[in-house]
Design a binder for this molecule. Structure first.
Ligand SMILES: [Zn+2]
Length: 493
């Protein structure tokens, strides 16, 4: 065979492969289910929203602050909030049992009629973060103002609103004569903003000691967000089915010290700087894996054809997707274990060589990896026996909860009813929530608040001008009513 013919044959073969590949890509793309038709909005439950909003505003006035471990628990404020809830929701407090856990957290139990049905728990937290710049707020953070269609103040979003909405839902259901088939717990921790060790962790421990195993827990974590997902015009309701883990590591270097007029080469600070520079330039590897791959697949039908093809063929386009995600710090956090340098200390005086120095790094661990993987990575990258590495605190990422289970069905259905135009998708929560304390006592953990936000609203969380639209609060109450009803109606395993 002549060289010319061989080249021609090879060209034809390559063309053939390309055609087959293109066919696979297109077939996989077309085999995705179409985007569901927008539904008619569900008939809202009758809620006296003006009075409910006024009750939330009153609760915001009670300063249940968490100081991040840097101050005592604001005990009297938490007890005041307990009393406020008891007098504001008398029927729920009469029909449900309520116990105080570890002085300031609350656990309610609403006994189900079917002892065989697995119980569920709705989570929220009583505490709020401080407000460093109260003068910058449009309405003072603890005034509890309802104005311009919003409830303003610290806790309106994160997430005292959820505590009150759950109790509003219970009062409404009790008034309508509803009896749950499953036992329903409401678990309100008092230190979520400070790790949840005193609140959620103790409640979960107590449930475990009593042999309670929950079908699912629902906590805060994700919201309905608009304009955050490229190619998707609809608002996106992200239901958190997994949560990243956490590892705080300390690097320490030691040296003899001495006078700065005759420094030896190296030294504590140079050593630490070299280690940190290596870590900055060698992040943990990126991956598109559960639950992010499932999120992209669920959103794909809402995207234009080209992007849908990428989502439907992640086996081929993963490097492209990683490039896109890695280009922005918030999306980068969805695809890898992140490295954050948070503390550096070393040296005491300008003319004294330091004898020791330390750096603290905080890693947020992607599901599928562990704190041991992080430690191994750090050791390999730092690669310096003179730098000691110590683990200060860890918790592992959660497993990915099921999307074909009672809890997800109830949450997704209630969300579709109340946000009929939204695309609903499972998602990864990059921050920690109280729900991870329940891993041993619940089959599935979900994180979702039915609040409609624009990307710029995210700054209001822990920032200034935190507020909740009154219409969103109404939907939030309605959402909990529906989740309770639907998880009781759904007796499938
Ligand atoms: Zn919160």
């Amino acid at each position: 065979m002549s060289t010319k013919r061989l080249v021609k044959r090879m060209g034809l073969a390559a063309l053939g492969i390309l055609v087959v590949l293109a066919a696979i890509l297109v077939i996989r793309t077309l085999s995705l289910p179409p985007a569901p038709e927008p539904r008619d909005p569900a008939k809202p439950h009758a809620i006296d929203i003006d009075r409910a909003a006024a009750r939330l505003a009153s609760a915001i006035q009670i300063k249940t602050l968490s100081h991040g471990g840097e101050g005592p628990v604001e005990g009297p404020a938490f007890l005041q909030l307990h009393d406020f809830l008891a007098t504001t929701y008398p029927v729920a407090h009469q029909k449900l049992t309520r116990e105080v856990v570890n002085e300031y957290s609350l656990l309610y139990k609403w006994e189900g009629t079917d002892p065989q049905a697995a119980p569920i728990a709705l989570l929220a937290h009583l505490d709020v973060v401080p407000t460093p710049r109260p003068e910058a707020w449009e309405h003072p953070p603890f005034a509890g103002v309802v104005a311009d269609g919003f409830i303003w103040g610290r806790g309106a979003l994160d997430d005292k609103s959820s505590v009150l909405a759950i109790l509003e839902a219970a009062e409404a259901l009790l008034a309508a004569g509803f009896e749950p088939s499953r036992t329903i717990y409401f678990a309100f921790g008092h230190d979520e903003e400070d790790s949840g060790h005193q609140g959620a962790e103790q409640i979960a421990k107590l449930l475990g000691e009593r042999g309670v195993h929950l079908e699912f827990v629902l906590d805060e974590g994700s919201v309905v967000i608009e304009g955050a997902m490229p190619g998707v015009r609809e608002p996106v309701a992200l239901i958190g089915v997994a949560e990243k883990g956490f590892a705080t590591l300390e690097l320490r270097a030691k040296a003899d010290g001495g006078h700065s007029s005759m420094p030896p080469k190296g030294g504590v600070i140079a050593r630490l700087a070299r280690a940190l520079d290596r870590l900055e330039n060698h992040p943990m590897p990126a991956n598109i894996r559960a639950p992010v791959d499932g999120m992209l697949l669920a959103l794909a039908p809402h995207m234009p054809f080209g992007m849908r093809m990428v989502m439907a063929n992640q086996w081929l386009f993963e490097p492209v997707l990683i490039g896109i995600f890695a280009s922005a710090h918030n999306s980068n956090a969805m695809i890898r274990t992140t490295t954050a340098m948070t503390v550096v200390r070393g040296g005491v005086k300008d003319n004294v060589l330091p004898q020791q120095g330390r750096a603290v790094l905080n890693f947020r661990i992607l599901p599928g990896e562990t704190s041991a993987d992080v430690l191994e990575h750090v050791r390999a990258v730092v690669d310096d026996p003179e730098v000691a590495i110590e683990v200060l605190e860890t918790h592992e990422p959660t497993a990915v909860s099921r999307t074909d289970a009672v809890g997800y069905r109830a949450i997704a259905e209630a969300t579709s009813q109340l946000f009929p135009t939204a695309a609903v998708a499972p998602s990864l929560v990059i921050a920690a929530t109280d729900s991870h304390h329940y891993v041993d006592v619940a089959s599935d953990l979900y994180r979702f608040l039915p609040v409609h936000m624009q990307p710029e609203d995210l700054d209001r969380l822990h920032g200034v001008n935190e507020r909740l639209a009154v219409a969103d609060y109404q939907r939030m109450i309605d959402f909990y009513i529906r989740v309770i009803q639907q998880s009781c109606a759904d007796q499938a395993p």
